[in-house]
Design a protein around this ligand. Structure first.
Ligand code: 5AD
Ligand code: SF4
Length: 471
């Protein structure tokens, strides 16, 4: 049996892409192994959003040089965003790489590996650059990669990512995504629905709809336009699906019809990831985020008015070009005021090929970036803890996802083990349970909490759903 090793970094898009590539190769008889030394095909599915994951990929590639010299039959492939961004540069830096395949060309991976193994030489398969051709031509060169999946080939039987759009048209100045993932294209809702139905038939209980700006979803077919809110209604009708989530939202596209759909459809998670990126108008303007902090606050107030129990999470970039201490304090203020359920905080990383890199010097010293990162993180962690503690004594409903990190680490193999799941607000709950509870919705009594996790026990007496408190 041919043996495959794959390393994936980056966002949910990449996780889904890797899952689909692995599924396609398994259909051809490949078996997954957990180290490059055991494998005859080694793939890296890469991320370009910051320099750090790229550096890690190049070092990992460097470590394979000797392995390839010892065994020239090994096929080494670089897939995804860094493949699209760096193209031939990857062959220059790692001449022993066989395949470079961009995110819009993943359907070709099995054939490319077969050709490389037969001695077909190096291959570069990427999509068109956005400046090179018309929008339509570029869009056509980025193919949405959504082959039908098999139940056994998914990492979890009960949960699945479903791509509803590819690409991005927002062009935030710091961001490489519009370049490497191409123009925004929404998938045909009929295809999305049939994928969800198939997943439900195979036992899937939770779908997470993914897109770089998922709430910009818009599919026009003649007279008929389908928005994300319409799609949620359609997916809500699929029997077997208990939970629907969607990520990532663009603040300006957070329209009332979407919030009302989430409110009216009980299967929709009360959880919205709406990155603000900064609390300073000067910075937002240089980022070209297309909204002011006042508009973000107005959007946030609308979310809370329509969905008072919803948890909102955000992303922030600290140390963006020209960010002053005053700018940073405005971001700090926004986090303190909104009390996000969580914030993902990143130090600005200049990306060649973006407008910010072209126009503005990366002038915030690394030490200031680090300090701002730590300061904001400390505030967010304090909020997380303060907002988790009131859950002690409450009863919540969770979808059980599988063994907890601790039980995986300890290699627990019996039926009774520590399990983990999430509330409708995406809070992680850990409890002792039985393996057969995986994939079920369960009532849990919360007995302890810290900033990151709620700890609970299974509620054994019968309770009606009305007893749950929205978590
Ligand atoms: N540097 C740092 N963080 C970035 N992000 C996107 N581009 C960059 C960059 N150049 C962050 C944004 C985005 C998240 C996925 O990554 O916060 O929301
Ligand atoms: Fe990047 Fe902005 Fe598009 Fe998000 S919305 S993927 S940050 S360009």
């Amino acid at each position: 049996m041919p043996k495959l090793y794959i390393e994936t970094v980056g966002c949910q898009m990449n996780m889904l892409d890797s899952e689909l590539v692995v599924a396609a190769l398994r259909k051809q008889g490949y078996e997954l192994v957990d180290s490059p030394s055991q494998a005859d095909t080694i793939l890296f599915n890469t991320c370009s959003v910051r320099a750090h994951p790229e550096d890690k990929t190049y070092s990992a590639l460097g470590r394979l040089k000797h392995a390839k010299e010892r065994n020239p039959q090994k096929v080494i492939g670089v897939l995804g965003c860094m493949a699209q961004k760096d193209q031939e540069l990857i062959f220059k830096r790692a001449p022993f790489v066989d395949l470079i395949v961009g995110p819009g060309q993943l359907h070709q991976v099995p054939d490319l590996i077969a050709a490389a193994r037969k001695g077909g030489g190096q291959r570069l398969e990427v999509s068109l650059d956005r400046r090179e051709a018309s929008r339509q031509e570029v869009a056509q060169s980025f193919e949405s990669y959504d082959p039908l999946r098999d139940e056994e080939m998914r990492p979890s039987r009960y949960q699945a990512f479903v791509r509803i759009m590819i690409g991005c048209d927002k062009f935030c100045t710091y961001c490489i995504v519009p370049k490497v993932r191409g123009p925004e294209q929404s998938r045909n809702p009929a295809h999305i629905l049939s994928e969800v139905r198939k997943l439900a038939d195979e036992g899937c209980r939770e779908v997470t709809l993914i897109g770089q700006t998922v709430n910009s979803f818009k599919y026009v077919d003649g007279e008929r336009t389908t928005r994300l809110s319409d799609l949620l209604h359609q997916i809500h009708d699929v029997a077997g699906i208990d939970r629907i989530k969607f990520v990532t939202n663009f603040p300006k596209d957070m329209t009332d019809d979407l919030l009302v759909a989430v409110r009216d459809l009980p299967k929709c998670s009360r959880y919205l990831h709406v990155p603000a990126q900064s609390g300073s108008n000067a910075v937002l303007k240089r980022m070209k985020r297309l909204y002011t902090v006042e508009e973000y606050r107005e959007m946030y107030a609308r979310v809370k008015a329509i969905l008072p129990d919803a948890a909102v999470t955000s992303d922030f970039i600290v140390g963006f070009c020209g960010e002053t201490e005053e700018d940073f304090l405005l971001t700090y203020e926004l986090v303190r005021e909104c009390r996000f359920k969580n914030s993902f905080i990143f130090k600005y990383s200049a990306r060649p090929g973006t407008k910010a890199d072209e126009l503005f010097p990366d002038d915030v010293p690394e030490a200031d970036k680090r300090r701002r990162n730590n300061t904001l993180l400390a505030l967010q962690n304090q909020i997380c803890e303060e907002d988790n503690l009131p859950f002690i004594g409450r009863r919540v409903e969770i979808l059980v996802e599988g063994p907890s990190k601790t039980s995986v680490k300890q290699g627990e193999s019996g039926d009774i083990l520590q399990l983990t799941g999430r509330t409708t607000c995406d809070r992680i709950v850990v409890f002792d349970g039985n393996r057969r509870q995986i994939g079920q919705l369960m009532p849990i009594q919360i007995v302890d909490a810290n900033a990151f996790t709620l700890f609970g026990s299974v509620v054994t007496e019968h309770v009606g759903p009305e007893v749950y408190q929205l978590a």
